[in-house]
Design a protein around this ligand. Structure first.
Ligand SMILES: Nc1ncnc2c1ncn2[C@@H]1O[C@H](COP(=O)(O)OP(=O)(O)O)[C@@H](O)[C@H]1O
Ligand SMILES: [Mg+2]
Length: 348
């Protein structure tokens, strides 16, 4: 039997490009090479597509993928040159221009099967404000919030926020991930500054009620038949997980399964499935919750391309459910192929 070609698209234009390289390197090492042939393509910070390594067998431990620091411009290709009949693409890309539906749309136009959520669910989940509105309609609990759109009266919004929410609040660009551009504000003055900072990343800003809570995450896998994992906890030793704490200091400790009551676990799994369906998701997502000392559960966000290194929360949640990393990749490829057939069948 000939091998299935798996195309890893990694890097990308968003601030999360370094995480993407780590995720892609993990995938290329873990793939079952009896079944797969792996081709890799780097998307540079400038948005150029660059052809990188191909692997027919497991790469050595010191094999590295390209980064913006080691970029070889002469290997640049046209984006559509990644096309290959029957190949499945794994867009291991996080953040805007990767996880937000744009790459997914590009792959659909190319008529290529791909791993993960479709255009709609990717775009909605990437926009924290639209996600809030979808969750509201699905009856999934979340923290109170206000919204500031660039061009609106800033002082009016600060007054509205001070009336509706209680400091501290969290200010977030709607479209970001990995804590980029997010800050905590304790008063009107800090709120003004936090909005200014967030506006550097997006013109849509979400202002959220700050809560003191444990951070609990649920893995989601499936198309029509959606499966969820037992939750895991991101144990905190810093005030909040900014980019530095998450990826540079590596200060994350994971507790899998989370040490919480069974009923709370069940409730979170139910909310995660409900949210994923409301979003129209397929493939995968990691659903992140806040769990307060007084027992409140709030859904914080869904990540449709969660950190995917072998030691990231999402793969570890599945490993805890008895699905090892390399089998998880295989399952995701299968789900991607299934969605491709489904999508094509709808084009009547
Ligand atoms: N409303 C909130 N209350 C308390 N902490 C928050 C709140 N929103 C975000 N945080 C903290 O900031 C981190 C990043 O926020 P999040 O919304 O998850 O953005 P990202 O998409 O960057 O992961 C969270 O993991 C949490 O530690
Ligand atoms: Mg988060």
């Amino acid at each position: 039997m000939s091998k299935q070609t798996l195309i890893l698209l990694y890097g990308g234009r968003s601030a999360e490009r370094e995480v993407s390289v780590l995720s892609a390197e993990s995938v290329m090492r873990a793939v079952n090479y009896d079944k797969f042939l792996v081709k890799t393509y780097f998307i540079s910070q400038a948005g150029h597509f660059i052809k990188t390594q191909e692997f027919a067998s497991q790469p050595g431990a010191d094999e590295k993928l390209m980064t913006n620091a080691t970029l070889v411009a002469s290997q640049q290709i046209k984006p559509s040159d990644i096309y290959e009949e029957n190949a499945v693409v794994f867009p291991v890309l996080h953040g805007p221009m990767g996880e937000d539906g744009s790459i997914q749309g590009f792959l659909e136009v190319l008529k290529m099967p791909y791993v993960g959520t479709n255009v709609l669910a990717s775009a909605v989940a990437m926009d924290k404000i639209t996600t809030k509105r979808v969750l509201e309609s699905a009856g999934v609990p979340q923290v109170a919030y206000t919204v500031y759109i660039e061009g609106e009266d800033l002082e009016e919004k600060i007054a509205e926020t001070a009336a509706k929410l209680t400091y501290p609040v969290f200010v977030k660009p709607a479209n970001m991930g990995s804590s980029v551009g997010i800050s905590k504000a304790e008063n009107d003055e800090q709120l003004r500054k936090a909005i200014e900072l967030a506006l550097q990343y997006d013109s849509r800003i979400l202002i959220e009620q700050g809560v003191v809570a444990r951070e609990i995450e649920v893995g989601i896998l499936g198309n029509q038949d959606v499966k969820t994992t037992l939750p895991g906890e991101v144990v905190k030793d810093v005030e909040f997980y900014d980019y530095q704490a998450k990826y540079i200091d590596n200060r994350i400790i994971m507790d899998i399964p989370a040490k919480i009551e069974e009923a709370v676990m069940e409730q979170m799994r139910t909310y995660a499935g409900q949210a994923f369906r409301a979003l129209g998701g397929c493939g995968l997502a990691r659903c992140d919750f806040f769990y307060t000392a007084d027992g409140q559960i709030y859904l914080n966000e869904l990540n449709t391309m969660p950190g995917f290194t072998q030691w990231s929360m999402y793969p570890l949640l599945w490993e805890n459910m008895g699905l090892p990393y390399s089998d998880l990749i295989e399952e995701l490829v299968k789900l991607g192929q299934e969605m491709f057939v489904k999508r094509e069948s709808h084009l009547i």
